[in-house]
Each structure stands twice: as structure tokens, then as C-alpha cells.
Design a binder for this molecule. Structure first.
Ligand code: HEC
Length: 177
């Protein structure tokens, strides 16, 4: 048996060393993190914005930028959707074959030029432009444009096209763009 006072000493020494090792092990990463945070924060605040700003600024700016783009897109889509859809209907329904209408790139000559004629005829017919255009599509014979023949414009669009498509068509023609 060793003297009672001698045994615990190496144990304490080992424990002490272990404590230090742990201490260092814990402190070192903390120090690195601390340094990193300080380092990057320092850069962000300071004049050297090159590295940090390119890393941090996009992260913060992207969100608002995306939101703005999304908002702008949403607004644009909301505003452009009816006319864009209307143009698609105009082309797919074959209106371009008979009508000139610049926004659709159409140059048909069988029916009136939709760039100008509806506005004139709506006045003659005492109707709001949108209502007149809608009537002209749904029941073309309700008003015959001067100089044009009754019965040439198909009478079937009111049934062959959905209400949504006619709505889109009307806003496209009324907006003139
Ligand atoms: C086969 C040829 C033809 C097609 C296809 C045709 N139209 Fe017409 N459209 C006419 C003719 C002819 C008139 C003039 C006679 C009248 O007022 O009904 C006319 C008149 C109109 C008018 C009234 C113009 C005015 O100032 O009085 C509008 C609006 C119109 N068409 C829109 C359309 C749209 C939209 C389409 C496609 C969904 C279409 N048309 C397809 C021949 C056509």
C-alpha cells in the first residue's frame, strides 16, 4: 500500500490535465467562432465590403428583391393577363383572318379594322365600347358596320367561346394593345 497521501496526487494531476484539455478543446472552437463572427462582422461594418457584402448582402437583399419581382410580376400579370389571353383567343378563333388589328398583328380585310372602327361604331350605336364589342362578337348582326355585309362574321362565337374567352377578347380589343 502506498502512503495514503500519495495516491490521489497523480489522480488530481490527471484530472487537472484532462480539465485543461477539455478547456482548450472547448475554448478553441469557441475562439474560432468568435474570431470568425468578429472577423465577418468587422468586415461588414467596415469599409472592406468586398468579400463579406457579396456573401451577406445577397442573402438579405435577395428576399426583398424576390418579393418585389414577384409583386411586380403579379401586378403585371394581373394587368396583362386579360389582353394577353385575349390576343391568344383572337388568334386561335380566327378573327385575324377577317380583321385588321395591329396588337394582334392581324391584317384581314373581310371585316372592319378593329383598331379604329369599333370606337366609331360604338358611338353611332350609342353604346359603351366594351358592351358594343361584346355584342359585336356574340351577336354580330345586332349592328352591321357601315360598308360591310351582314352574315359574314360568324354568329357562333357566343356559344363556341367561353365567357372567360369572350371577356379576354373584349378587354384585348377595347384596350387596343
Ligand atoms: C369570316 C370573317 C370574320 C371573322 C372570322 C370574324 N369577323 Fe368580326 N366581322 C366581320 C365582318 C364582315 C364584320 C362587319 C359586319 C358586322 O358588323 O357584323 C365584323 C364585325 C366585327 C366587329 C364590329 C366592328 C364594328 O366596328 O362594327 C367586331 C368587334 C368583330 N367583328 C370582332 C371579331 C372577333 C373578335 C372575331 C374573332 C372571335 C371576329 N370578329 C371574327 C367578319 C369576321
Amino acid at each position: 500500500m502506498a502512503p495514503p497521501g500519495n495516491r490521489p496526487k497523480p489522480m488530481i494531476a490527471v484530472a487537472e490535465v484532462l480539465m485543461w484539455v477539455l478547456f482548450v478543446l472547448l475554448l478553441f472552437p469557441a475562439g474560432v467562432v468568435g474570431w470568425a463572427v468578429g472577423h465577418y462582422t468587422g468586415h461588414q461594418g467596415g469599409g472592406t465590403r468586398t468579400v463579406t457584402v457579396s456573401a451577406a448582402a445577397p442573402a438579405t437583399t435577395t428576399a426583398p428583391a424576390t418579393t418585389t419581382t414577384a409583386k411586380a410580376a403579379a401586378t403585371t400579370t394581373a394587368a396583362a393577363a386579360p389582353t394577353a389571353a385575349g390576343k391568344a383567343v383572337f388568334l386561335s378563333a380566327g378573327c385575324a383572318a377577317c380583321h385588321t388589328f395591329k396588337p394582334a398583328g392581324a391584317s384581314g380585310k373581310v371585316g372592319p379594322d378593329l383598331d379604329t372602327t369599333p370606337a366609331v361604331d360604338a358611338k353611332k350605336d350609342n353604346m359603351a365600347l366594351a358592351a358594343f364589342v361584346r355584342e359585336s362578337i356574340v351577336s354580330p348582326n345586332a349592328y352591321i358596320a357601315p360598308g360591310f355585309t351582314k352574315g359574314l362574321m360568324p354568329q357562333t362565337f357566343g356559344t363556341s367561346l367561353s365567357k372567360a374567352k369572350i371577356d379576354a377578347l373584349v378587354s384585348f380589343i377595347v384596350s387596343g394593345k
